[in-house]
Design a binder for this molecule. Structure first.
Ligand code: CA
Length: 223
């Protein structure tokens, strides 16, 4: 899962980005509204953390532009204390959630996880697909109740499939959602991750659709 952090305060931006990275997200950063808007327009994010008080273009305007252009990724806005009118303006502009500064980074992580799973149609933080279970809070994976150890990248790939079950995910989509902007992307590594996941979890867990991509489904189907 890939998250964009738009925040002009360098210390806070780094703190939020680091916490998200440590929690298993791929993270891109923007220090102002202009760069933030551009990234949100050109890269497919699973969620955005958007400060409202930003240089160049303010957060509300950025959000309005995205929504007008039909960009529907979940957006969590960061508002000033006592900024109830900012929150109203933010929700009216298309925000999905908010946090008031200062906040605990654990709360931000929990809200981002909830936004991502809800936008993918999952209410529970524990995602299941047949015998495989993923606890999104702790990044813990089990198969038939037995815990499985995955590398950070294997977990990113599995998490994307678990959030988007029963449909074919192309290799390009997968690459765009598991790597950040600066990562050296090599499509061959995706095949390696899939092979390792099949070996560690179940051989028939992830289905290959020749020329189209991969799917994960409890019923073995993919559309
Ligand atoms: Ca700010």
């Amino acid at each position: 899962m890939r998250v964009l952090v738009v925040e002009d305060e360098p210390g806070l931006r780094r703190q939020v980005s680091r916490a998200l990275s440590e929690a298993g997200f791929s993270v891109d950063e923007a220090p102002d509204g202009e760069e933030g808007e551009f990234l949100g327009d050109t890269e497919p994010y699973d969620a955005v953390v958007l400060d409202l008080g930003l240089p160049k273009i303010d957060g509300i305007t950025v959000l309005k532009h995205w929504r007008t252009a039909g960009r529907d990724m979940p957006v969590l806005i960061l508002t000033a204390r006592d900024g109830w009118n900012e929150k109203v303006a933010g929700f009216d502009a298309g925000a999905d959630d908010y946090l008031t500064k200062p906040f605990h980074v654990e709360e931000l992580l929990a809200r981002v996880r909830a936004l991502i799973r809800r936008s993918a149609g999952h209410a529970s933080p524990i995602l299941e697909c047949g015998p495989v279970s993923l606890d999104t809070r702790a990044g813990k994976v089990t198969i038939d109740g037995a815990s499985v150890t995955l590398t950070a990248h294997e977990l990113k790939v599995l998490s994307y499939f678990m959030h988007h079950q029963d449909r074919v995910v192309s290799q390009t989509e997968l690459i765009e959602h598991i790597y950040d902007q600066d990562f050296d992307r090599d499509s061959n590594t995706i095949e390696v991750f899939i092979a390792r996941l099949r070996k560690k979890l179940a051989p028939d867990l992830i289905k290959t659709h020749r020329g189209r991509g991969y799917s994960m489904s409890a019923t073995g189907e993919g559309t």
